[in-house]
Design a protein around this ligand. Structure first.
Ligand code: TXE
Length: 478
C-alpha cells in the first residue's frame, strides 16, 4: 500500500493501483508510489465535494481567510523542502523550484486576503421603492485539472481562489508529478477546512479527469494542459452546461529591434526560451529579430546557449535541468528532425547528453533564420528549442509575432517608446512584456492568453473572481 494516499471527504484513502513517481534527473531514483484513484474514487470525491458545497458556500470569510493564510504560511516556511521535491520529480533546477514553491505560498496568502474582499454592488432601481443588490456567490463544486510543468504553483492558483470564493474542490494533478500535489494536499488537509471541501484524486486523465468532466455534480472545471485535452474539456463541459476555463499552449514571440540593448535582449531570449528546460507555456519559442542585427544576435545568443550547464536538477550550478520524461524527450527530438527537414539551420544544441545519473538530458537548441510558416514555428514543442526569424522592421515583426494560432505572451526588446507603445497596442497576446522575458509573471494580476491559448475568464489576481463566482442580482422592494 502506498504511503501517499488520496484525500477524499476528509480521509486519506488507499487505491487499488499506484503511480510511480520517477526523477527525470536520475531514473533510478523512485520518489515514491502514489495512490492512483479510479473512476469510483473520483465519484466519491465529487459526492463529498457536492455534499460539503452548501455549507461551505455560506461559510464565514474569516474561516476561509484563516485556512488559506495557514496554508500559505506553511508553504512559505517549507519552500526549500517543497522546492527540492518539485525539482526532483519535475526536473526544473532547485532555485527555480524553490521560487515556484514560494509563489504557491504567496498565492494562498493573496487569496486569503481576497476572501475578505469579496465585493458586490448596490444600485438604485428605475422603479420607486426598489433597491438592487448585485452579489457574487460560489459556483459550487470545482474540478481542478493541472499539468506537470508547474506542479505546485498552478494547483495553488486554482485551489486558492476556488476555496476563497466558497467553492468545494476536486483536484486531479498530472500523473507525472503526484509528489508536489500530495505535499500541497497534505498541508491543505491540516488547515481546518471542513470534510469534503477539498479532495485530492491523483489518477489518469482519461479515467479520473474524464469522470470529473462528465459528472453533473461538478459545476465548473479549471484546466491547464495541452490543446487536445483542452478541446475535450470544452466539449464535455459545454455539452452539459458546466462552466469551464482553459489555459493551453503558447508559441510566444520575442521581438528584438535593432535599437534594443543587445545584452538585455540576449538575456531575455536566453531566459525566456530555455530556463525551466523550455517547459513553460510562456516560453519564448520564436525570436523575431530585426534583419540588420540578426546575425550579431544569433552569434551572441549561441555563445550564451552553449555555455549553459545542463545537468541534474538538484546539482548546484545546473542551469538547465532534464526534460520531464521519455515522451517529452521524444517529442523534442521529433521536432528537431522536423525543423531540419523543413530546412531550418540548427546552429547549436539538440544533442542527447549523458550525465553521472541516467536522465533525460538534452542540450538547448537554436534554429536560425527560419520561416514563420514552418511547423517548428507554429506548433508548441515544449522543450529547450527556439528559433530565430528575420523581420525587416517593427511592422513586419509584429505581423509575424501575431501570425500564430496562439496568443499567450509576447515580448519586445527596444529602446523606442514609440515601438513599445505600438507593440503593446497591436500585439494579439494576453500578456505583453517590454524589455523582459516572455516568461515570468507576478502572482497578483491576471494571467491568460488570446486566441487558441486560453478560453474563458482570466486566472489569478482579482480577475479570478469571474470564474470562481456567479453573479446574483437581488431586487428588494419596500
Ligand atoms: O498534457 P495533457 P500532458 C503540452 C505539451 C506537452 C503535451 C502533453 O506540449 O508535451 O501538452 O502533456 C489531464 N479528461 N502541454 O500529457 O494530457 C491530465 O491527466 C480530463 C502544454 O501532460 O493535456 C493532466 O492532469 N483530464 C501545457 C492534464 O489533463 C485529462 C502544459 C494535462 O494533461 C484528460 C502541459 C481527459 N480526457 C502540457 N486527459 C502548457 N502550455 O502550459 C488528460 N487529462
Amino acid at each position: 500500500m502506498s504511503d501517499f494516499q488520496n484525500y477524499i471527504d476528509g480521509k486519506w484513502v488507499s487505491s487499488p493501483a499506484q503511480i510511480q513517481n520517477i526523477n527525470p534527473s536520475d531514473t533510478n531514483d523512485i520518489i515514491g508510489d502514489y495512490a492512483r484513484a479510479d473512476k469510483a474514487q473520483a465519484e466519491e470525491a465529487i459526492a463529498a465535494a457536492s455534499a460539503a458545497s452548501e455549507s461551505w458556500r455560506r461559510s464565514n470569510i474569516q474561516q476561509r481567510f484563516d485556512s488559506l493564510d495557514a496554508i500559505g504560511t506553511e508553504i512559505l516556511a517549507r519552500k526549500e523542502e517543497l522546492g527540492r521535491l518539485l525539482a526532483r520529480e519535475e526536473g526544473k533546477t532547485l532555485p527555480e523550484a524553490i521560487g515556484e514553491a514560494a509563489r504557491a505560498g504567496q498565492v494562498f496568502k493573496f487569496f486569503a486576503g481576497e476572501a475578505l474582499r469579496i465585493q458586490g454592488e448596490f444600485m438604485s432601481s428605475v422603479r420607486p421603492g426598489v433597491e438592487i443588490e448585485i452579489s457574487r456567490e460560489a459556483v459550487g463544486v470545482v474540478g481542478i485539472i493541472t499539468p506537470w510543468n508547474f506542479p505546485i504553483a498552478i494547483p495553488a492558483w486554482k485551489i486558492a481562489p476556488a476555496l476563497a470564493y466558497g467553492n468545494t474542490v476536486v483536484f486531479k494533478p498530472a500523473e507525472l508529478v503526484p509528489g508536489s500535489a500530495w505535499a500541497l494536499s497534505e498541508i491543505v488537509s491540516r488547515s481546518g477546512l471542513p470534510e469534503g471541501v477539498f479532495n485530492l484524486v491523483a489518477g489518469a486523465g482519461r479515467e479520473v479527469g474524464q469522470a470529473m468532466l462528465d459528472d453533473p455534480r461538478v459545476n465548473a472545471v479549471s484546466f491547464t494542459g495541452s490543446v487536445g485535452t483542452g478541446a475535450a474539456v470544452a466539449g464535455a463541459c459545454s455539452a452539459r452546461g458546466a462552466k469551464f476555463q482553459l489555459e493551453m499552449g503558447g508559441k510566444n514571440p520575442l521581438i528584438v529591434l535593432a535599437d534594443a540593448d543587445m545584452d538585455n535582449a540576449v538575456a531575455c531570449a536566453l531566459n525566456g526560451a530555455y530556463f525551466s528546460t523550455g517547459q513553460r507555456c510562456t516560453a519564448s519559442s520564436r525570436l523575431i529579430i530585426e534583419a540588420s542585427v540578426h546575425d550579431q544576435f544569433v552569434d551572441a545568443l549561441k555563445t550564451k546557449v552553449e555555455s549553459l550547464t545542463v545537468g541534474n536538477a538538484l546539482d548546484e550550478g545546473t542551469q538547465i535541468g532534464p526534460v520531464v520524461d521519455q515522451r517529452q524527450f521524444d517529442q523534442n527530438a521529433r521536432y528537431l528532425d522536423i525543423g531540419k527537414s523543413e530546412g531550418a539551420d540548427l546552429v547549436c544544441g539538440g544533442d542527447i547528453v549523458e550525465r553521472k545519473t541516467p536522465g533525460f538530458y538534452m542540450t538547448p537548441a537554436l534554429f536560425a533564420d527560419t520561416g514563420n510558416d514552418m511547423r517548428v514555428n507554429q506548433e508548441e514543442i515544449f522543450g529547450p528549442v527556439a528559433t530565430t526569424i528575420k523581420a525587416g522592421d517593427v511592422e513586419e515583426a509584429l505581423a509575424i509575432a501575431n501570425d500564430t494560432a496562439f496568443g499567450l505572451s509576447a515580448g519586445l526588446c527596444t529602446t523606442s517608446l514609440k515601438s513599445a507603445v505600438k507593440f503593446k497596442r497591436e500585439s494579439r497576446a494576453g500578456m505583453v512584456m517590454v524589455n523582459l522575458p516572455t516568461a515570468g509573471v507576478d502572482y497578483h494580476v491576471p494571467f491568460g492568453g488570446a486566441k487558441g491559448s486560453s478560453f474563458g475568464s482570466r486566472e489569478q489576481g482579482r480577475y479570478a473572481a469571474e470564474f470562481y463566482t456567479t453573479v446574483k442580482t437581488a431586487y428588494l422592494g419596500a
